[in-house]
Write a protein that binds this ligand. Sequence first.
Ligand code: PCA
Length: 320
Amino acid sequence: MKPLLIAALCAATVAHAQTRWQLATGYRAESFHTQNIEQFAQEVEQATAGALRIEVRPNNTLVKLGEIHRAVQTGQVQAGETIMSSLVEDMPIAGADAIPFVVGSYADAKRLWDLQRPLIDKHFAARGLKALYAVPWPPQGLYTVTPVRSAADFRGTRMRTYNQATVRIAEMLGATPVDVPMVEVNTALAAGRLDSMITSAVTGVENQVWGQIRHYHEINAWFPKNIVFVNRQALDALPPAVQQAVLKAAGAAEQRGWAMSQAVAATSTQTLKAQGMQVERISAGFEAELKRLGERFSREWVRSVGNEANHIFVPYYMQR
Ligand code: PCA
């Protein structure tokens, strides 16, 4: 080959140098969170003219949900998504969005995230990670196989859990916590392994829970967020313009994701009703019991987190 041709070919290769990232998530491809990530990946690819291609690996196929943050930290995969409150052992402040009855609306959830984000950024940075964006699940409601009238009805029953907060709540109710990944809720219910769970309407819809569970109580307990993040070295290795494109698309994905969450919250509750589920409020007495449980939970949480909790909750309550 003539030297000139070789040089031209090399230049073409450099111009089209493509970086590939794998992004692992523990949720299904059809979940609104995953659809939002897919759109984020497409936007990055377009904005960088293909210089960065993000391949989304949903449904625990590449890395299991509980192991994703370590996998990204160690560079096994470049990027991932997890439910932020599952990181509390390593970063207690990550649990701020899973405290019962602090946040009751999307507007409050957003205020909380604005206050939580600088701390999350700091802790992620210290672990060689960069947080890209976070999107809440719809409000958490209470599903029960049988009608419930008070906290005492949960004693000795089996409650599905998905993070440390739900485990602690099950314990406070005297129920046995049963850890079931989101994508296995339908099979666990069909196998008769669960009596109740706290999760969103959309998770109930995705798992078609109406065959086994008849009661859904809109208790608006909290708005847990999924967080999408990347290995810092992988990000730093990209040309500055590509890094900028990633951060810009992340900002857009966060905005879009919050709107998607809110839309899906409404349609999912409608679907539960249309499938014949009883969507009801709980009694005033039971509500008072749950609120007390929430206060106890908050005290324990603040104690476990220490001073950093003030950085969120002093301004959070002052802004009201
Ligand atoms: N769905 C996820 C987390 C919160 C939610 O609404 C789950 O049930 O695992």
